[in-house]
Design a protein around this ligand. Sequence first.
Ligand code: SF4
Ligand code: FES
Length: 260
Amino acid sequence: MATVTVPEEKKIDSTPAAPEESKPKTITLRISRSNPSENLETKFDEFKVPVQKWTTVLEAILYVKSNLDHSVAVRYSCRQASCGSCGMKINGKPRLACYTKISELDSNVITIEPMNNFPIIRDLAVNFDQLISTHKKMKPYIINEESEVQPGTKEFIQTPKDLEKFLQFSYCIKCGLCNSACPTMATDESFIGPQGLAQAYRYTADNRDQGKKDRLKIVDQSHGIWRCHFAGSCSNVCPKGVDPAMAIQLLRGYLLGFRK
Ligand code: SF4
Ligand code: FES
């Protein structure tokens, strides 16, 4: 009688792989120091900071504040790319400090400066007054005479297609990175800017809104929508995937009669 050999069951090692070791290293953090109220020249202070592969730029700054120089001025809050407070120029590019890992910058020297196109309060902290007041001027809310509670529906009906028209623009956290990257803002400080124009589009494109006429009047002025030269740098730096350059083109479509 033939003997049948049953192959031994292949053993599968289900033990999870150990996490890859992160070797700590030391980087040089160059921080721009300035205080316009004391009229001192801007200088860079250098600090040696130990980092792991997951250390963010914000954590490196907070290490400096806790251990080396508590006087560095920086604004932050959520530490999770939600509040929009920690925008700054990191190795020349506007980024959120809490959302930028040192390891992704691929350099042992990290230079951090305040965002361009904003007045400096001190060191890395800039003044957001103009961004906030421009945002408010765009009427960033639904304008509709009727109550949301309608007989039989209790809400305004909005299809997924209606939502798609503005959804990405509602992700804006008002961090100002787009305004700081904008070449028009660099030459015209009264320009509405990509952040404000994207928000004007966000509410105008919402099918529950009836404020289109008001908003188009606000953006169609000398420091308004026509000053945009479509450089596109705003969209390149947005950490939330908002495309202000596209919003500006879509908003122009309303003014030129391509869109209703
Ligand atoms: S559009 Fe993007 S970059 Fe500009 S303020 Fe909003 S989140 Fe920040
Ligand atoms: S701390 Fe809130 S976005 Fe960075």
